[in-house]
Write a protein of this length. Structure first.
Length: 221
């Protein structure tokens, strides 16, 4: 695990969101991708996968068809996060139980899917973090297929590149461009430190209006 990922794992999505705002890197946060299988935060570098409707799938390149998501699992390193775009509007699983087990065995940190995911009970049993737009029982077979892996994708309104960084928790999902990760982490750590000082001040009896007025409103300057 690289140093940036270690630092990211000590923060939360709100601190990263505030840091992105402070640095003018707005619109990098996606809401509505809910924790579905565990209550654990995940953070790491991104491996991407883009799905399309089955009738738009590229022709197979090998003798045997490859199931969607398997290439991403094989490419991902332990601690990385697989991020799936499934914006077809079809009610079809963009991830499922066998893929979850394969990712768990590989040491992948979790999966974030802008689309439906199925077999969530299996993910819960494996204690494997899944964040997604919706749940479904419907298979991908004959409905959606993989278009490409480790290429640019869109999650919510955010353009995500392979190798970017991501953090996800119950508040939301934030994507950090790889070129900006150090300065975002620096800013987020400063913000988190200030919030910890504010919490300490409240616990020592300072009035909340005084604490919030003096510190919070100016935190992103």
């Amino acid at each position: 695990m690289n140093d940036f990922v270690q630092r990211l794992n000590r923060l939360d999505c709100c601190a990263i969101s505030d840091a992105l705002d402070k640095l003018g890197l707005r619109d990098r946060v996606v809401s509505g991708l809910e924790q579905r299988s565990t209550a654990r935060r995940i953070a790491g570098r991104v491996v991407t996968c883009r799905l399309v409707s089955a009738d738009q799938a590229p022709p197979p390149t090998g003798a045997a068809p490859r199931h969607l998501g398997t290439t991403a699992i094989e490419l991902a390193q332990p601690g990385e996060v697989i991020v799936v775009e499934q914006r077809t509007g079809l009610d079809a699983g963009s991830w499922g139980g066998i893929l979850t087990l394969g990712a768990k065995v590989r040491g992948i940190a979790g999966v974030i899917a802008d689309g439906p995911v199925r077999d969530v009970d299996e993910a819960r049993a494996y204690d494997f973090p899944i964040y997604c737009r919706a749940l479904t029982a419907r298979t991908a077979r004959g409905r959606v297929a993989e278009a490409e892996t480790n290429q640019r994708i869109t999650i919510g309104e955010v353009t995500v590149e392979p190798g970017d960084y991501v953090i996800a928790d119950a508040s939301g999902v934030a994507f950090i461009p790889a070129a900006d990760v150090e300065r975002v982490l620096d800013a987020a750590e400063l913000i988190a430190g200030r919030e910890a000082s504010m919490a300490k001040a409240l616990l020592t009896g300072r009035p909340i209006a005084e604490v919030m007025g003096a510190d919070y409103e100016h935190m992103l300057r």
